[in-house]
Design a protein around this ligand. Structure first.
Ligand SMILES: *Cc1c(COP(=O)(O)O)cnc(C)c1O
Length: 388
């Protein structure tokens, strides 16, 4: 007999791990792997943020804090929402969590029951469907179209709704597609959500990583009705290069915020005490590193665009945010695992197979890596494509 919980039987291990492990092994054998696998910034956390955490640690911030975070950090987040996103939240609606991944999981646990369906537009961030299953609910995947910029339309959303639908997960700017929803597109989706009484989980972790004229719009900022059915999630990982610190945050309608706070108080308790002080420094300190970072990513993005557009058997949609290209490889007729395995073993290029995002005829190339590696990797990828 197995002692493993039944609900766990359906959870897949991370499909990106096999490739990562193989790439690591090849590197140890002395191979010069060009990796597009990165899911995190290639920069270090800014010094003033580290200093604030070190100072807090030296000054005794070594004990439990309130479960949903210290008031000073929650106030900084409240102010951020007001000034940058034009959303007015009460402090009691905000919780600080152990990374935005944790924020998403808390929010799903707090709102979804066993029979509930959660609509997830594909290609999706790999963890959403598994989080929904862990919560005992059911993911309902809607395949978006490349022609629509990999964005769910209001018609597709409406068609996917059943009597069991509880929530729609939106991630704009999106991982792995780089798609960014416009204000009008979000208003149309909110219109459907309001009339059908469906919650929206809005994962806005890449909000500041948008390029050109693209603007990020927060779902909850659209109207009072939108705010009343939206759970807004954000965090420090991507924008301040703080992935290891584990700081994410959630703002939700009062009843949901309360449930999240209860869940957190019985599971993780507070996010790490001294990390929270780094979190304050990040939000209140110098923000100029962000525009420098965006300029650097944009330069890499444009370089990759120009190269990928000239490769005949792949298709791309210009990513407007985040730091990924989802490259459509349908014309090569290989599934994404086979393709990434071949690409790695014969051409020494690491990429993430699209199957991890619910799209088996694509691969994800991250540009959170230096231009030298990007150039080398694309030279090899081009050769691979020519041969297939
Ligand atoms: C990276 C990422 C997160 C969460 O990151 P944390 O490190 O847990 O804060 C959440 N959503 C998406 C889409 C991501 O790519």
């Amino acid at each position: 007999m197995s002692f493993i919980a039944e609900k766990f039987g359906e959870i897949s291990p991370s499909q990106t791990l096999a490739i990562t492990a193989a790439a690591k092994k090849m590197r140890e054998e002395g191979k010069d792997i060009a990796s597009f696998g990165a899911g995190e910034p290639d920069l270090d956390t800014p010094q003033h943020i580290k200093d604030a955490a070190i100072e807090a640690l030296q000054n005794g911030a070594t004990k439990y804090t309130p479960a949903t975070g210290i008031p000073e950090l929650k106030e900084a987040i409240q102010e951020k929402f007001l000034l940058e996103n034009q959303i007015e939240y009460d402090i009691s609606q905000i919780s600080v969590n152990c990374g935005a991944k944790h924020s998403c999981y808390n929010a799903i646990l707090a709102t979804c029951d066993a029979e509930d369906e959660v609509i997830i537009p594909a290609p999706y961030w790999t963890s959403y469907p598994e989080m929904v299953r862990l919560a005992g609910a059911e993911p309902y995947i809607v395949e978006t179209k490349k022609e629509n910029g990999w964005k769910i339309t209001p018609e597709e959303f409406e068609d996917a709704i059943s009597g069991r639908t509880r929530m729609l997960i939106l991630n704009s700017p999106g991982n792995p597609t780089g798609a960014v929803y416009t204000k009008e597109e979000l208003e149309a989706l909110v219109g459907v959500a309001v009339s059908e009484d469906v919650l929206i989980l809005s994962d806005e972790i890449y909000e500041k990583l948008v390029y050109g004229d693209t603007k990020h719009v927060s779902v909850a900022a659209l109207s009072e009705e939108a705010k009343n059915l939206t759970i807004t999630i954000n965090g420090h990982s991507k924008v301040y290069a703080m992935t290891g610190w584990r700081l994410g945050y959630t703002a939700a309608p009062p009843e949901i915020a309360k449930a999240i706070s209860i869940i957190q108080s019985h599971t993780t308790s507070n996010p790490t005490s001294f990390a929270q002080y780094g979190g304050i420094a990040a939000l209140q300190g110098d923000q100029s590193m962000i525009s420098d970072m965006v300029d650097e990513y944009d330069m890499r993005r444009q370089y990759m665009m120009s190269r990928l557009q000239n490769i005949s058997n792949v298709d791309i949609v210009e990513p407007q945010g985040a730091f990924y290209f989802l490259v459509d490889t349908s014309k090569m007729g290989l599934n994404s695992m086979n393709l990434t395995e071949k690409l790695l073993s014969r051409y020494e290029v690491a990429a993430v197979p699209g199957i991890a995002f619910g799209h088996d005829h694509s691969i994800r190339l991250s540009y959170a890596t230096g231009l030298d590696i990007i150039k080398k990797g694309l030279d090899r990828f081009e050769e691979f494509c020519l041969a297939h």
